[in-house]
Write a protein that binds this ligand. Structure first.
Ligand code: NAD
Length: 465
């Protein structure tokens, strides 16, 4: 991503190169005024009855449902997601808004106290382009419901989806100032994080950007929730259903065209079944159809940008020059309306040398590498041998191996005999090591970084909310 101030945000359909959205960027000098509007609105929003805030979320859900086809088209054309995945993202946003409307921050009695969760004030949400509606919604739906106001800085590559979502929130009855948008690249985001009126920062994106945000907040005692990158293993044991394992691995490795934080990147397979699994994976890679992501028969769309595809090609070529071997690549995109520059073939590699950067650095593209292990004892440390700890999948018929996986793997998600990239709205979503700093998203868990706990002792009756 760019490191220089930009005057305008511009989204191009990566499948065709066409410009699909432009808007002026927020000048860094204007970020303060934007935060000021959210700051001024916070008392009134926090004091609105919880029922009002729930009603806004429910109306928002209805409006997203009404506009689902338009929103899905926007997501497809802005960042190249398959249309069926964009439809699912929109539908999950509707479900999430309704779920949060039913699950405000809990009020509990503990000992002699009533434990309340009070809003913090202005929450900064800084988000990526790969899940441009649902990932931000998982931050601002609970933030708003809890009585915070929000300043949202979406990715410069998916600003059109952000503007559309913001308009629907306003149509749903969200008052002016309760949610403000900052458009642009990292520069206005940095200014946003530095604003002393910001009471909590919620970031999803690369580990490098998350680290920069964390460093910039050093010495300020505000919650900072960082959801970052992953280099996620799939472990395949000899007793596994290998066909099912291969289905899960390829689906999770190519989801969002390989641009998903929880995508499977590393396949660790017991040497007794390595050849069989490799053949099953190769067959599936060769069977992938690349092309216009709006087409229902397409499995693999473009990467978000031609530069991302060029970067992935270079990384694979460099790995091969260092000794890695290409086992399979999917075919080039088909179809007349497609500009090939942003397309990158799904790639299955093996024989990565020990110092290969792909073992340690996240490549945001559909590249999977295969390694073998001789025993479970050897497999667990291999799975852990990256700087990341987001998600892992394990394929086995043995309940003891499944239980051991949960015990020893240091990832926020452990998925047994299922895709490693699927997460549930109600469960905590939180990475370890360079994948996250321990502040979860998901369900009610996110309230820990969106609210301040207050133990309320009093000798007269307390209202329940
Ligand atoms: P990115 O880090 O480049 O950008 C994410 C957001 O941060 C954007 O809005 C960007 O403008 C802003 N930003 C960038 N540098 C910044 C800085 N120094 N200070 C403040 N803001 C800054 O990431 P991306 O390319 O948009 O998204 C891909 C990355 O996101 C991958 O690493 C992926 O693994 C990660 N991701 C993680 C999760 C998760 O939940 N763990 C989910 C989706 C994506």
């Amino acid at each position: 991503m760019t490191n220089v101030t930009i005057d305008a945000v511009e989204s191009r359909n990566p499948a065709t190169g066409e410009v699909v959205f432009t808007a002026p960027a927020t000048a860094p000098d204007d970020v303060g005024a934007t935060v000021g509007r959210a700051h001024a609105a916070r008392e009134a929003w926090a004091r609105r009855p919880i029922l009002d805030r729930q009603t806004v979320l429910r109306r928002f859900a209805d409006l997203v449902e009404r506009d689902a086809p338009r929103l899905a088209d926007l997501i497809v054309t802005e960042m190249g997601k398959l249309r069926r995945d964009a439809v699912a993202e929109v539908s999950w946003t509707v479900k999430s808004a309704r779920w949060y409307a039913d699950h405000p921050p809990p009020v509990e009695r503990r000992g002699a106290a009533v434990v309340r969760r009070r809003p913090l004030g202005v929450v900064a949400a800084i988000t990526p382009w790969n899940v441009p509606l649902l990932t931000p919604a998982w931050k601002w739906l609970p933030a708003l419901l809890a009585g915070n106001t929000v300043v949202w800085k979406p990715s410069e590559l998916s600003s059109g989806t952000a503007v559309a979502a913001h308009e629907l929130l306003r149509e749903a009855g969200l008052p002016p100032g309760a949610m403000e948008l900052v458009l642009g690249g990292p520069d206005p985001a940095r200014v946003l994080c530095a604003d002393p009126r910001v009471a909590s920062v919620h970031f999803t994106g690369s580990t490098a950007a998350g680290r920069a945000i964390s460093e910039s907040l050093a010495g300020r005692f505000i919650p900072c929730a960082l959801e970052m990158g992953g280099l996620n293993p799939a472990l395949v044991f000899p007793d596994a259903d290998l066909e099912h394992a291969a289905d899960c691995i390829i689906a999770a490795g190519t989801a969002i065209n390989g641009q998903k934080c929880t995508a499977t990147r590393r396949v660790l397979v017991h040497e007794a079944v390595a050849e069989t699994l490799m053949d099953a994976l190769a067959t599936r890679v060769h069977g992938l159809t690349a092309g216009d992501p709006a087409r229902p028969d397409v499995d693999l769309g473009p990467l978000v940008h031609p530069a991302a595809a060029a970067h992935a090609e270079q990384a694979v070529a460099a790995a091969v020059s260092r000794g890695a071997r290409v086992v399979a690549r999917s075919s080039a995109p088909s179809g007349a309306a497609v500009a090939p520059e942003a397309f990158f073939s799904a790639t299955l590699l093996t024989d990565l040398p020990p110092e290969e950067p792909l073992r340690r650095h996240e490549l945001f593209a559909p590249v999977l590498s295969v390694e073998t292990f001789p025993s479970a004892v050897a497999a667990w440390p291999m799975a852990d041998a990256t700087p990341f700890g987001l998600s892992a999948s394990v394929h086995t018929a043995d309940p003891a191996t499944a239980a051991e996986a949960a015990e020893v793997l240091r990832t926020g998600v452990v998925a047994v005999n299922r895709r490693g990239d699927d997460v549930d709205l109600e469960a905590p979503f939180v990475g370890t090591k360079d994948s996250g700093n321990g502040h979860p998203e998901g369900g009610e868990y996110i309230y820990s970084s969106l609210t301040a706990l207050q133990a309320h002792y009093q000798d007269v009756p307390v209202p329940s909310r």
